[in-house]
Write a protein that binds this ligand. Structure first.
Ligand SMILES: [Ca+2]
Length: 353
């Protein structure tokens, strides 16, 4: 299905283009009509020319370097410009219309503009010329969440280089990491709320929300910074199939039993496992580590040993980027309650500024 609607926004016509995919998600972009350019022709040195059957087809040509698109509904000409400037108008020709793509900085901006459908959208993160496709969760906990990490199955490799974690990898329709540089841009002026969910293989989900999340820039190896309160159900109570796990810590041990209570000699533990880790060190404040850049406290490299990039201490009790499929073991997705990736079907991290 391909549809477009024309609707009035502050007296300016706005074109909303919607694609649908086999994932039943939607990719949506907005373009604003520049009426003053109707029936004008621009100097063609500054554009790419195509033939397109429709405005929708033409708009699909509008990517990274497209700040203006022109379509002639009579001749089916489609022109992609870096800019449409009044001084570049060279004459008149009927049926030309020009549209300026509008890119929100994040999903919260889209949500505030009336987009209440979860799906894949194109954003232009603050301080960044790049266009980025992301999944926007418009339904969970008030909506407007920009998904920064999504894992829906094991097909996407999360054992990536520093550069790949910096710029981002994956596919917004399935599994991806949005990129440490982008997360930093989102959170460098003021911290964001961070929502983390872990979905069991039985379909139930646990979540935790941190009020204040940010990461430093690349010069500080994207250090993790979480402050303030948290809430949620990822509270250390064993769930679902997780039962009778034993963890030894030096001479001490913890035992989780079927009823959900714990016994042992470690006292209070669980809940905020980023700041209250009991086994492998607190990761709040830690730098990011990848297989090709070791910033952790382990004598070797946690990313190599554990098979994915993350904020490691020695190494971690919380690891959402682990190896997904047996026989390779995904360690400590979120301990407690998750000790092992075999209990985890999906994970998601998302932020709202
Ligand atoms: Ca190390």
């Amino acid at each position: 299905m391909k549809t477009y609607v024309v609707r009035g926004v502050l007296g300016i016509l706005s074109l909303s283009v919607v694609w649908t995919s086999s994932y039943a998600n939607m990719l949506s972009r907005h373009y604003t009509l520049r009426r003053s350019f109707n029936n004008k022709v621009f100097n063609t040195n500054n554009n790419m020319g195509y033939t397109a059957k429709s405005l929708i087809k033409c708009s699909a040509k509008c990517e990274e370097d497209c700040d203006c698109l022109g379509f002639n509904s009579r001749t089916k000409k489609c022109h992609i410009f870096k800019a449409c400037l009044a001084e570049d108008v060279t004459g008149d020709e009927l049926a030309w219309k020009y549209y300026i793509p509008e890119y929100p900085e994040d999903c919260q901006e889209l949500f505030g503009g009336g987009e209440t459908t979860s799906g894949v959208y194109t954003i232009r993160p603050p301080g960044d010329r790049r266009l980025v496709t992301v999944y926007c969760d418009m339904a969970t906990s008030g909506g407007g969440w920009t998904v920064i990490q999504n894992r829906v199955n094991g097909t996407m490799n999360f054992n990536r280089s520093w550069e790949e974690y910096r710029t981002g990898f994956g596919d917004a329709f399935t599994s991806y990491w949005i990129g440490n540089a982008i997360i930093h841009q989102f959170t460098k002026e003021s911290s964001a709320s961070l929502y983390i969910s872990v979905t069991n293989v039985d379909g139930t989900s646990l979540y935790i929300i941190y009020d204040n999340f940010s990461i430093l820039g690349e010069g500080n190896q994207y250090s993790l910074n979480i402050t303030g309160a948290y809430s949620g159900s990822l509270d250390g109570i064993p769930q679902g199939r997780i039962q009778d796990h034993w963890v030894s810590v030096g001479s001490e041990f913890i035992r989780w039993n079927i009823a959900g209570a714990y016994s042992g000699s470690m006292g209070q533990c669980g809940g905020d496992s980023i700041r209250n880790a009991t086994v492998r060190g607190i990761i709040n404040g830690m730098k990011f580590t990848t297989y090709d850049q070791d910033n952790d406290y382990y004598t070797k490299n946690c990313a190599i040993r554990w098979g994915g990039g993350w904020w490691f201490n020695d190494c971690t009790d919380v690891f959402l980027n682990g190896l997904y499929n047996p026989p390779e073991n995904w360690l400590q997705p979120w301990y407690p309650p998750y000790m092992d990736g075999k209990d985890v079907a999906r994970t998601k991290m998302m932020i709202r500024r």
